[in-house]
Design a binder for this molecule. Structure first.
Ligand code: ADP
Length: 483
């Protein structure tokens, strides 16, 4: 079986969030059962030398859309520790200039053009490489044009005649909405796709809606999120479309790469550890984190971490609401994140004006891992959370998640005081409830017997890809009829 993954980011080459982690790890588990190709843009930030990314000979291709032909080149490397080909689509107008995966302040129209160009290049290059995929697995709005192209322009192309499509929703909040003229720009068959059963949504083009309507299966990244998005509160305006397509909808829990995120071998830590020696070793990492952030290390005082994109989704508003209460707690806080200016400024202010909150505004994967290892608790007060990988990484590193029980957080964290609990939960989107959950965690911290038992449960929990990858395979087999 041949599977083509297309995504805006792929770890470890380019990463802004959980999407990259998924595309960089799920294919590894599928490798033994399927032949896989991953397509992603060659963003300017990708280090070609470090990852040995080479241009394929004679790869130059001109594709016409909008009003003129555009030049593309194709680069290739292997996904680390695998035999999987990762293809990077190079275009100097759309991707090469940027040092971020999602550059801020781009004109939205240009954003659409970027990913239209990428999707077209994926279709054309896959054909040129004779990679006749049985399944195209598209992810989020950036590649949501693929099922539409497959259904319209390429519908009668013999090469693609057997290809099925899976569309995975990592985040329903970003749908790719623009005016109708963008379809002409995309050279797409408007007569086929621009209607309410296609991608038309209240007089606009909505790529995600089109992908949901035209794909053979739609995947949400956790079972709970797949139920939540059928209703108005979490449906982001597409709940009706999702209900109409409910028979195709699956909720499959994301996993993390247990080799990449392994406290026993992780080079970012100052002391490696496993289930046997985590109590002593984690303290060394905690001290390193305290030193880094200029906090006085105190083994009797819990260290609570937050690592996140700083956007509305992540519940930073609750931290803003509770900023004075947090300062009075018997705990230290370290925050690592980047995103919206208002939140970045809040974090900088807190760092400069409080005794127990320190922040690093920016993106630093190495520091993130050290913080996972050195913290006692990991805060994730998300407003909504399709799956959430951070809490899984935190558990793997023995840092107990304190979460709002929504989306994948509800599925993956067992809240104190249930049997085998591995974290703390609150339900209402409300700062006081968050504060109570944090207080409960601080209280449990003083009872080392319970605290250590919970840390052990967290580290023992299995959120590797093994189980989920089998569900993906079953789904691919279901739609293709292949073994
Ligand atoms: P999302 O995909 O919505 O951003 P996830 O929890 O699924 O959230 O995944 C977030 C991933 O990005 C985690 O691996 C987390 O460690 C990482 N991450 C987020 N912000 C930063 C940052 N500022 N520095 C380093 N890593 C970060």
């Amino acid at each position: 079986m041949k599977i083509l993954f297309a995504a805006a980011e792929v770890a470890p080459f380019s990463k802004a969030g959980g999407l990259a982690d998924v595309i960089g790890s799920l294919p590894k588990e599928l490798e033994k059962d399927a032949q896989i190709a991953i397509f992603t843009p060659l963003h300017g930030l990708i280090d070609k030398e470090k990852w040995n990314i080479k241009e394929l000979p004679n790869s130059e291709m001109w594709i016409t859309f909008g009003s003129q032909p555009q030049k593309f080149n194709l680069y290739i490397t292997k996904l680390p520790d695998t035999d999987i080909n990762v293809f990077f689509v190079k275009n100097d107008w759309y991707f090469s200039p940027f040092k971020e995966v999602y550059p801020k302040y781009l004109d939205p129209r240009y954003e659409h053009e970027r990913y239209i160009s990428f999707s077209l290049a994926v279709m054309e290059y896959a054909k040129a490489l004779n990679f006749r995929a049985d399944v195209i697995h598209a992810n989020d709005w950036h590649t949501a044009m693929l099922p539409l192209y497959l259904h319209s322009n390429y519908k009668f192309d013999e090469f693609w005649s057997r290809t099925k499509c899976v569309f995975e929703i990592h985040n329903l909040a970003y749908q790719g909405v623009w005016f109708e003229d963008v379809i002409d720009y995309a050279n797409m068959r408007k007569d086929i796709v621009y209607n309410q059963w296609g991608c038309e949504h209240y007089g606009r083009v909505n790529w995600m809606k089109g992908a949901i309507n035209y794909s053979d299966r739609v995947v949400a990244v956790s079972p709970n999120y797949s139920r939540e998005i059928l209703g108005g509160e979490y449906g982001e305006g597409l709940d009706y479309t999702l209900r109409m397509n409910q028979a195709k909808l699956r909720g499959i829990l994301n996993g993390i790469d247990y080799n990449a995120f392994n406290p026993k071998t992780d080079k970012s830590l100052v002391a490696n550890y496993n289930l046997k020696d985590f109590k002593e070793q984690k303290e060394k990492n905690k001290k390193a984190v305290c030193d880094y952030f200029g906090i006085k290390y105190n083994p009797q005082r819990p260290l609570i971490a937050l690592i996140s994109r700083l956007v509305g989704q992540k519940g930073i508003d609750l931290i803003r609401d509770m900023q004075y209460e947090l300062q009075n707690l018997d705990a230290d806080f370290v925050f690592l994140g980047s995103g919206d200016n208002a939140y970045e400024n809040l974090f900088i202010w807190l760092s400069n004006n409080t005794a127990n909150i320190r922040t690093y505004v920016g993106y630093d994967a190495k520091l993130a891992n050290l913080i996972y290892a050195g913290s006692d608790f990991f805060l994730m007060p998300s407003k909504f959370e399709p799956c959430g990988l951070s809490q899984l990484i935190a558990m793997r590193y023995g840092s107990l998640p304190i979460v709002r029980a929504t989306g994948g957080l509800e599925d993956t964290v067992t809240g104190y005081p249930l049997d085998n609990s591995n974290g703390f939960k609150f339900w209402a989107y409300n700062g006081w409830d968050m504060l109570n959950a944090i207080k409960c965690a601080i209280w449990v911290y003083q009872d080392k017997y319970v605290f250590n038992a919970m840390r052990k449960s967290a580290m023992e929990a299995d959120f590797s890809w093994k189980r989920s990858s089998e569900e993906y395979l079953r789904m691919y087999r279901e739609i293709t009829g292949l073994k």
